[in-house]
Design a protein around this ligand. Structure first.
Ligand code: 13P
Ligand code: MG
Ligand code: MG
Length: 370
């Protein structure tokens, strides 16, 4: 059976700052989508990571389907109404346009979608991050899909021997989406050269090379700044990853996240801190809005979901979290000093740009600078 899996995510308001949605807001979103279970949708789940609500939907519509995207839009609108009534912070933050127009593209919410021919034991991982950007998934996905040090399946399973194809998007390109397709392992160094630059190059999808029609992963690639033309909040990405059999195993995805690689985001979207794996429905941290990621495991049959299993909730993640938090605390000791604060090219808030412009006027050219 062919099934489409859609994850659409937005921040439409949170309690007392950029923390987490209120119970009432969440209930309003859930009520709207759950009314479609058995009608437009086969199945659905609604969960949050920090102040971002993800709507997971399975259905038989094509990718980018208007009815599916409209449903998510309406659910987020209903959530926004509650957020406004309750005076929540950032009510409707990620709904950048007033009206829905065809699909979510350019409207603000993050979208990851994947259409698949269901395996008899279809296994899925849904990733959702807060206080960071889509490139935050670059390193963990690269390691899980291209590096045998992290993904022994590349050596141990015939189905993975041929490697994977990476579709990488240039998200800074203003004149339409620019995509490059590179195959691992042959183009490993080219892939690495792009993915190291998480602000500009983002994994959009990953495909099996042995079974070229089989898509392994889909990542949301929206840059809110490109739409709004100013900072409105971080891009807080979501991703769908198929696991097991012809793809890396669920447990091969874990260790790449245990690195806690430094990513852009956190307070005012203007700093670098390590990406922290946390259980689902965790509020954003008052420790400088530490970037964080949740992972949910599902089984699916005929589009009906079983789960989730909270994949960062088992006891092993506790000491890993301690380590990553220590790394974050070290970085915070140097405050505004780069690379704790992002370089000027990436600073999301306008204030420092205006300050430097003013200072620029005070500079004088002198013959002898001493
Ligand atoms: P969000 O993008 O998660 O709303 O966070 C914005 C922010 O600036 C936090 O300091
Ligand atoms: Mg917010
Ligand atoms: Mg957020």
């Amino acid at each position: 059976m062919n099934v489409t899996v859609s994850v659409i995510k937005a921040d439409v308001g949170s309690v007392g700052g950029h923390t987490q949605p209120s119970d009432e807001l969440l209930a309003a979103v859930r009520e709207r989508v759950e009314a479609e279970r058995g009608k437009l949708l086969i199945d659905t789940r609604v969960f949050y990571c920090g102040d971002d609500i993800s709507i997971l939907m399975t259905h038989d519509r094509p990718l980018g389907d208007e009815a599916i995207h409209r449903l998510a839009w309406e659910a987020f609108r209903a959530g926004t109404d509650v957020a406004q009534r309750q005076g929540l912070y950032g009510a409707g933050q990620d709904l950048l346009k007033d009206a829905f127009s065809g699909n979510m593209r350019g409207l603000g919410p993050q979208v990851a979608e994947l259409r698949l021919k269901e395996r008899p034991n279809e296994s899925l991982m849904i990733l959702a991050a807060d206080k960071t950007e889509p490139g935050a998934f670059n390193l963990p996905l690269y390691l899980a899909f291209a590096d045998p040090m992290y993904s022994p399946g590349l050596l141990l399973s015939e189905d993975l021997h041929a490697g994977f194809r990476f579709r990488i998007m240039d998200v800074e390109h203003t004149d339409g989406d620019r995509i490059i397709e590179l195959e691992a392992p042959e183009r490993l160094y080219d892939i690495a050269a792009l993915l190291r630059d998480t602000h500009r190059y983002v994994i959009a999808s990953i495909w099996s090379r042995k079974y070229p029609d089989e898509q392994a992963a889909a990542v949301s690639t929206t840059r809110l700044r490109q739409i709004a033309g100013r900072y409105v909040g971080k891009d807080d990405p979501v991703a769908i990853v198929r696991v097991q059999k012809i793809f890396p195993a669920t447990e091969e995805l874990g260790p790449p996240f245990a690195i806690g690689a430094f990513v852009a985001g956190d307070t005012r979207g203007s700093h670098n801190l390590p990406l922290l794996p946390v259980p689902v429905n965790t509020p954003a941290s008052t420790f400088f809005c530490h970037p964080m990621v949740t992972a949910l495991g599902f089984s699916m049959r005929d589009g009906v979901l079983t789960g989730p299993v909270d994949l960062f909730a088992d006891p092993v993640w506790e000491p890993i979290r301690h380590q990553i938090v220590r790394k974050a605390m070290e970085m915070r000791r140097q405050g505004f000093f780069q690379p704790a604060m992002l370089p000027i090219s990436e600073l999301e808030y306008g204030g420092i740009v205006a300050r430097l412009r003013r200072l620029d006027d005070e500079f004088r050219v002198v013959a002898d600078a001493s």
